[in-house]
Design a binder for this molecule. Structure first.
Ligand SMILES: NC(=O)c1ccc[n+]([C@@H]2O[C@H](COP(=O)([O-])OP(=O)(O)OC[C@H]3O[C@@H](n4cnc5c(N)ncnc54)[C@H](O)[C@@H]3O)[C@@H](O)[C@H]2O)c1
Length: 261
């Protein structure tokens, strides 16, 4: 697989999974534009565009600073539940969607969009009412009122942000078919990055139990190959999919939930 001379925008490129994806895409020959609130380490991206993905003006300005011809967009920046419900829903979903829509005119025909979901988003079917309501929130400044109205606390906000992202990914399966632009999601289980401890803190014994079941926690380098694959032409037939990358955890939870072992 080659990403030679492809221009790829990676949000969250300064840390963890985003940094690993930027490194792998660069190793495959891509020109990586990193978008983050923090500057990535020197040499890890070809260009850095600073942006706060919880702020509409910052999102629009960042999209405006990126030239046309982007062949892939990896939406990887995200916040853990400990950062509070409003920033979590803003960065992980409402701001991500705004940035994607702002960048659409800059995407080349045939471009791939890859969203970082999570195992935490697998409950979308059981929570479709809340998901539908969040999908209708278009303005970042309306997120706090949404949380108040629907009694969303910090812990729930993370799950809901990923549920909405997975559903939006599916809804966009053919949205840009005329331009052959496709969107998919990758959903990791627990991955050892700076925010891993935040998840353990929020989820407590439930997360500890999950970790006991797993052979080991994931590493950013476990996720990057799948994201890179979904950016490339070889994955063109994969559209609107949410693919687990989690050491078997999603399969385990699904089998358990329906009594199939
Ligand atoms: N680590 C895990 O266990 C895990 C599991 C499933 C999904 N994920 C998802 O993977 C993605 C990457 O997480 P990670 O584990 O690499 O975390 P990380 O903290 O290492 O990286 C997150 C990046 O997002 C950036 N970011 C945060 N808020 C921002 C904002 N307002 N504007 C711009 N950039 C911002 C940070 O600066 C950072 O570079 C997230 O979407 C996360 O939800 C992580």
């Amino acid at each position: 697989m080659s990403m030679s001379n492809r221009t790829v925008v990676v949000t969250g490129a300064a840390s963890g999974i985003g940094a690993a994806c930027a490194a792998m895409l660069k190793a495959q020959g891509a020109r990586v534009i990193g978008v983050d609130r923090n500057e990535p380490a020197a040499g890890t991206v070809d260009r850095f565009v600073q942006a706060d993905l919880s702020d509409a003006a910052s999102i629009d300005a960042a999209a405006g600073r990126i030239d046309s011809g982007v062949e892939a967009l990896c939406n990887i920046a995200g916040l853990p539940p400990t950062k509070g419900r409003t920033p979590v829903l803003q960065v992980n979903f409402v701001g991500l969607r705004r940035f994607t829509e702002a960048l659409l005119p800059k995407l080349a025909d045939g471009a791939a969009i890859v969203n970082l979901g999570s195992l935490a988003g697998f409950g979308w079917q059981a929570n479709s009412g809340e998901v539908r309501a969040l999908l209708e929130v278009n303005r970042l400044e309306d997120v706090e009122a949404f949380c108040e109205k629907h009694a969303i606390d910090d812990a729930r906000s993370y799950f809901l942000s990923k549920e909405a992202l997975i559903v939006w990914t599916m809804q966009m399966r053919w949205q840009w078919r005329a331009r052959a632009i496709r969107m998919n999601a990758v959903s990791p289980g627990p991955v050892e990055t700076p925010i891993h401890q935040d998840f353990l803190q929020t989820l407590g014994e439930r997360a500890a139990e999950d970790m006991r079941l797993m052979e080991r926690a994931g590493r950013p380098g476990d996720i990057a190959p799948l994201v890179t694959f979904l950016c490339g032409d070889e994955s063109r037939w994969i559209q609107g999919a949410n693919i687990p990358c989690d050491g078997g955890m999603a399969a385990h939870l699904l089998c358990q939930s329906i009594g199939l072992g």
